[in-house]
Design a protein around this ligand. Structure first.
Ligand SMILES: Nc1ncnc2c1ncn2[C@@H]1O[C@H](COP(=O)(O)OP(=O)(O)O)[C@@H](O)[C@H]1O
Ligand SMILES: [Ca+2]
Length: 494
């Protein structure tokens, strides 16, 4: 009877124990390395309240990687708020809040209900509100209040609406493009950022000798993933393309004339401007001529060179109290490295087919623009029947403004112009300050390099292979001894 039960020998038990340990190790390593198996996302919302319009961006990142590297991306197409920017609601602040409704409802539809309460919601306003604040501080306060009340009424985690400083606007644009390009985690060379808006424009880059000592107001210091950056950044208020255009118009209407022949607009183009409307911005208000008629008529003459001369007149190159300046007495260190140019740089240069700077040199761009500006307005309208008339009529001015700003203003040369990449989207996310702003406010870019994965990849693979082999041997061994025991028992019974 005793022999009938299969007696396990100590060596068998030992091997089985080793097998179980190996199995547990295998499962543990696999779980630690690959958790979780299904991807879950967290979300964040940023509203960019620009001078010309407001846009809503939704960002998403893997739920388990709040604090990890380069994983935040734009979740869907930008929602463009209908109507003008919030700064245009000075006389109807409630309207500013209500205008955001459609995009907020779209965000509610897009973000899973279970995530909405924890989803941070920010609104940042830029140069349009900076101008309104200068012009009429109580009106800008009312607009902010109305917008805050509206945003606070949604299920998201509302974290405030505020006016960004020009320095922040420039710096967060720089963070965005470098983050999306994966340049921050390993401390690679960064790229500079060029942002062109309607009311202001920003330039931001790291320059080797810039430490802020010459011009502390242009310094933004970052410590990201264990690397220190002394970023130079400047925002030129009134040098976004809409306000720059107004400056050129102001320049041409100083004697209160009723007709202006403007080289930055196409021949046979004509538009009536009200003096009160043109000068209704702090960028030119103090230059309003005393005895002007109510209106003036702008007639285009379509001449690139003359347009460039006119645009140069809005830059002041005479005074500079620093070792070097861009324009208007603003310090700018030596240009350094590559640049990414986005927002209106992209809209305009893309439309004009000048965005590929590696193929279209600065000289070629000027030639093409010369030809473009010389195209009569009716012909252009025929060629682009679907393009918004306001944009279409202004591309000659905007293109000329961009080339003049870059070369005369920032001192880009034919050589350094090639270093500019015109960017619409990067890895599916729009370039702009919003992503950098959210990453900063949610502390999603750690100051120090993040921890490595629990086990380095080569060790992980080795552990898996060795345990796999051990397990295999153990199983074979068990099967072998078991069948032998069975076999000898059978023989004995027989
Ligand atoms: N498709 C387009 N073509 C040309 N210009 C555009 C297009 N879309 C937007 N813009 C312009 O881009 C600029 C965006 O600036 P915005 O962000 O509103 O202002 P700011 O950054 O100065 O507060 C505006 O001048 C707007 O008219
Ligand atoms: Ca902008």
């Amino acid at each position: 009877m005793k022999e009938a039960s299969p007696g396990y020998r100590p060596v068998t038990i030992f091997v089985v124990v080793i097998g179980v340990i190996a199995l547990v190790a295998l499962v543990t390593v696999a779980v630690v390395q690959n958790k979780p198996l299904t991807q879950k996302y967290k979300y964040g919302i940023v509203l960019d309240a620009g001078s010309s319009h407001t846009a809503l961006y939704i960002y998403k990142w893997p739920a388990e990687k709040d604090n990890n590297t380069g994983r935040v991306t734009q979740a869907n197409e930008t929602c463009k708020v209908k109507g003008p920017g919030i700064s245009s609601y000075a006389s109807n602040p409630q309207g500013a809040g209500e205008s955001l409704r459609a995009c907020m409802l779209e965000a509610k539809k897009f973000i899973p209900a279970s995530r909405q309460e924890e989803t941070p919601l920010y609104l940042g306003a830029t140069a349009g509100m900076r101008l309104l604040n200068m012009e009429n501080a109580s009106a800008s306060d009312s607009v902010f209040k109305a917008v805050e009340e509206a945003l606070d009424s949604y299920t998201f985690s509302y974290r405030g609406a505020r006016l960004l400083t020009g320095l922040e606007e420039g710096a967060f644009g720089w963070v965005t493009v470098n983050y999306l390009d994966g340049r921050l985690t390993q401390g690679q060379k960064t790229i500079g950022a060029l942002d062109l808006g309607g009311a202001s424009t920003q330039i931001s880059f790291v320059s080797p000798n810039f430490d802020g000592s010459e011009s502390p107001n242009n310094l933004m210091m970052f410590r990201l993933y264990g690397n220190d950056y002394n970023l130079y950044s400047h925002s030129f208020l009134c040098y976004g393309k809409d306000q720059a255009l107004r400056q050129t118009l102001a320049h041409q209407t100083q004697s209160g004339q009723s007709i202006v022949n403007d080289p930055c607009f196409h021949s046979k183009y004509s538009k009536v401007w009200e003096y009160s409307n043109l000068y209704d911005t702090p960028c030119v208000a103090d230059r309003k001529p005393d005895n002007s008629p109510t209106n003036f008529t702008l007639n285009g003459s379509g001449n690139f060179q003359q347009c460039q001369q006119l645009i140069k007149s809005i830059f002041n190159f005479t005074q500079c109290k620093y070792s070097r300046c861009s324009f208007n007495g603003v310090f700018q260190p030596e240009l350094q490295g590559s640049f990414g140019a986005f927002s209106a740089y992209y809209y305009v240069l893309d439309f004009l087919n000048l965005a590929d700077t590696s193929r279209v040199s600065l000289e070629k761009a000027k030639d093409k623009l010369k030809e473009y500006c010389a195209t009569p307005w009716p012909e252009l309208q025929k060629q682009h029947p679907k393009t918004k008339e306001k944009y279409l009529s202004e591309y000659c001015f905007s293109g000329t403004y961009i080339l003049t700003l870059l070369t005369e203003g920032y001192n880009f040369t034919a050589d350094t112009y090639k270093e500019i990449t015109v960017i619409g989207k990067m890895q599916g996310s729009d370039a702009g300050w919003t992503l950098g702003y959210m990453l900063n406010l949610t502390n999603m870019i750690p100051a120090e390099a993040p921890d490595r994965p629990p086990i380095a990849y080569p060790s992980y693979v080795s552990i898996m292979v060795i345990t796999g082999i051990v397990l295999g041997i153990v199983l074979l061994f068990i099967v072998y001894t078991h069948s032998r025991t069975q076999c000898s028992n059978t023989q004995k019974i027989v």
